[in-house]
Design a protein. Structure first.
Ligand code: ATP
Ligand code: MG
Length: 470
């Protein structure tokens, strides 16, 4: 069995050749695209193992000639440019497997063996234009795992559950799955299930008929129907009230929705991507998240690493945000190596979002074009000070602005949605203080007890539950 290896780094080529020969393959090595095409035109190979960046071109962009000469030959792509873009382009060629460098040489040899075994099944190659303008930055190993998972869901409609701490990029991943996937020409509809008052959730998701309830002055098309033919992104799924979970589950099982006050079952064709920063398993155990809904959603879990576990990516992210800031009219700056290292050593509990906000502030405040470690250190100190002081009022204002940007409630619902987002943590805190006693919580808050009770029921907050979970 023969393998053609296209690799311009001689030492890597040597190692791969040795590993493949140990597996019983005969290896022909070349280091350019021109030579690759010449060899393929004259001879049949059982598999192609190819690097991407070659001296005379891009190994993925030029794969068409290989496909034309040998349509069924499995292709295995190696790349040092470990971006989502490369992973996606590799999977678009119908490549058998994509290996970000550095990779495990034995795993590569095993994969070549499997690829040769499966070639007889003759997979169809798809030729897509390379995708530009990808939003995800970072080439660390944990992000590589994320990119691989993303590429695996682009050609199908499997339900994806995106998990990870706040600010790790869950929404960005959901958008990337839509933009790169086969539904990209359909709508992408995002709905933040935590931001909608409980009594409006069903109408938001499924729509309502005119006159279905007081205030339903016109027919309303819900998010499911709006997303027909595209992707529905259910964000903050862990904060969804129980009753809405039940309705959601029913819609997912039947593939159809019924508008509130309507009779008709309306078929909808949507791809579901859900996200949460909550740990759902304890919630299932506590009875606040439906187990059957969890299994419906958790078909392909994609877990985003916290930024502290991929500190290697911080310099690239910081430079990316400086560029974005400049694109939005802030002064243009360069980041020194020391400054980038200092950023990489910070804990970033708010993950990429916190880093992004910090870099924007830096772009705004830095006096010199070149930002050095000293300017970073002084801004870090300032931030630590204002956190330590009573910075409360300032933080809340900032949080509102950020919350609005992140959640973009639908026009006409902004006030209610923002109020619900504000009241929820406030009430939970008050109930915690008072061990779930509503009378004392109302006194503490200085509001009428009946008002509190009504709002708790609107927000689907169960005081006994709050007390039990502490
Ligand atoms: N890998 C990345 N590359 C570039 N920007 C990123 C990346 N990850 C996150 N961001 C940016 O960080 C910010 C937060 O990301 P996002 O809103 O997707 O987080 P999230 O996980 O949905 O957070 P939350 O749980 O709070 O909703 C956004 O401005 C996003 O564009
Ligand atoms: Mg989010």
């Amino acid at each position: 069995m023969t393998v053609l290896l296209v690799e311009d780094d001689a030492s890597i080529a040597l190692v791969i050749t040795a590993a493949l020969e140990a597996e019983g393959f005969r290896v022909t090595h070349c280091d350019s695209i021109a030579e690759r095409d010449r060899l393929i035109a004259g001879q049949r190979f059982d598999a192609l193992v190819t690097d991407v960046m070659l001296t005379d071109g891009d190994g993925i962009e030029t794969i068409g000639t290989v496909r034309a000469a040998a349509p069924d030959m499995p292709i295995i792509i190696l790349s040092a440019q470990n971006t989502l873009d490369t992973a996606v382009r590799a999977s678009d060629t119908g490549a058998f497997e994509y290996f970000p460098k550095p990779f495990d040489i034995d795993e590569l040899a095993r994969t070549v063996r499997q690829a040769v075994g499966s070639a007889s099944r003759g997979e169809e190659a798809e030729e897509d234009a390379p995708v530009a303008g990808l939003p995800l930055v970072g080439r660390s190993a944990p992000m590589q795992a994320v990119y691989r998972m993303i590429t695996r869901v682009l050609r199908n409609d499997l339900t994806v559950l995106v998990l990870g701490e706040s600010g790790t990029g869950k929404e960005l991943v959901a958008e990337a799955i839509h933009q790169l996937g086969h539904r990209k020409d359909g709508p992408f509809v995002a709905v933040n299930t935590a931001a909608i008052p409980a009594e409006l959730i069903e109408s938001e998701l499924f729509g309502h008929e005119k006159g279905a309830f007081t205030g339903a002055v016109a027919r309303h098309i819900g998010k499911f129907e709006q997303a027909n033919g595209g992707t529905l992104f259910l964000d903050e799924i862990g904060d969804m009230p129980m009753q809405a979970q039940t309705r959601l589950l029913r819609a997912l099982q039947s593939g159809s929705v019924r508008r509130v006050g309507g009779r008709e079952e309306i078929k909808v064709d949507v791809r579901i991507v859900a996200a949460t920063n909550r740990d759902l398993e304890p919630m299932i155990a506590a009875g606040t998240f439906r187990e059957d809904l969890f299994y419906r959603l958790n078909v392909v879990p994609i877990t985003l690493p916290p930024l502290r576990e991929r500190a290697d990516d911080i310099p690239a992210l910081a430079r990316h945000f400086l560029q974005l800031a400049a694109g939005e009219g802030l002064p243009r700056h360069q980041l020194s190596g020391d400054a980038a290292d200092l950023l990489a050593r910070q804990p970033w509990r708010g993950n990429v979002r916190e880093l992004r906000n910090f870099i924007y502030r830096l772009a705004l405040l830095a006096r010199e074009d070149a930002i050095d470690a000293e300017s970073v250190a002084s801004l870090l100190q300032q931030a630590a000070r204002s956190d330590g002081e009573s910075g409360g009022a300032l933080d809340l204002a900032g949080a509102v602005v950020e919350w609005l940007a992140a959640n973009r409630p639908a026009p006409g619902t902004v006030y209610d949605a923002a109020l619900a987002a504000f009241e929820r943590p406030l009430f939970i805190e008050a109930l915690r203080e008072t061990q779930g006693n509503q009378l004392r919580a109302a006194q503490l808050l200085g509001i009428n007890r009946n008002t509190l009770r009504k709002r708790l029921s609107d927000l689907a907050i169960d005081p006994a539950e709050v007390h039990r979970l502490g």
